[in-house]
Design a protein. Structure first.
Length: 259
């Protein structure tokens, strides 16, 4: 957990401590031009997770974890955003992977029961982008693509203080079309800016609704950007009598490196 907190401190420090460059050396707002440009952004997302799991017609378990609970049970995680542009056209990928072990969850309507759940999840968003508005103070991309979600879960039931008994497991993958916008707005004539992201999708084979939002505060440097913000992802899936709702919300911090 200390390592995670250290990454947040590094991003915050980059916002206020790193030396500023002259205005003509820093591209606070990207400018459309011929030729390739891009960025690589590793980031930390200290998310809270809430949701429910239904097996068949039975509402079996609810999950409600804050960021500290997740870090305690976290086995491995990776978060990365990639972008590439040539003129008005571009492409992006946002990839999140996490594996958590033996989270405690409550069995709804069954106070004498409890359950432990292990979860392995990948959330991958891929999209083509098109720059629809670009001035020295505003940058706006429209986007269209897909969100791929891979989930492996196992829930073990426990009666009072007894041993673990029946268990249910699930492994599935879904691909859902999405559309949205992303961009940034410059704050005055400074190197500071407000980044934003919004997408929504659904009507896939088993996904009724998926939506992701982000808003933050950033500082531009000649090598890239430092950003901190709030990010949220909601997803509702239903297939073969199994319904899963999931909400991930929390603080994110990252460093973008331009190329």
């Amino acid at each position: 957990m200390q390592k995670m907190i250290s990454l947040v401190i590094i991003a915050l420090s980059a916002l206020v401590v790193l030396p500023a460059q002259a205005a003509d050396e820093v591209a606070t707002i990207p400018q459309v031009s011929e030729g390739w440009r891009g960025s690589v952004t590793p980031y930390l997302w200290m998310t809270n997770i809430g949701g429910t799991v239904h097996y068949g017609e039975t509402k079996l378990a609810s999950v409600d974890y804050n960021a500290r609970d997740i870090l305690t049970n976290l086995n491995i995680a990776g978060m990365l955003t990639l972008e590439a542009h040539n003129g008005h056209l571009g492409a992006m990928a946002d990839m999140v992977y996490a594996k958590l072990n033996y989270q405690k969850s409550e069995v709804l309507g069954k106070p004498e029961l409890s359950s432990n759940t292990t979860a392995e999840q990948g959330i991958y968003t891929f999209a083509a982008t098109y720059t629809v508005h670009n001035t020295k103070n505003v940058y706006l991309d429209g986007l269209a693509g897909v969100r791929v979600m891979n989930v492996v879960t196992r829930t073990d039931l426990k009666v009072a203080d007894g041993p673990y008994g029946p268990s249910n497991s699930l492994a599935r993958s879904s691909t859902t079309p999405i559309g949205g916008v992303k961009g940034r707005v410059r704050i005055g004539e400074s190197d500071y800016f407000v980044p934003f992201y919004f997408d929504v999708g659904g009507m896939g084979h088993d996904t009724e609704l998926t939506s992701q939002q982000m808003i933050g505060f950033g500082h531009a440097y000649y090598w890239g950007d430092a950003t901190i913000g709030l990010k949220n992802l909601y997803n509702r899936q239903k297939t073969d009598g199994l319904t899963t709702t999931q909400s991930l919300f929390g603080l994110m911090a990252g460093l973008s490196f331009k190329f």
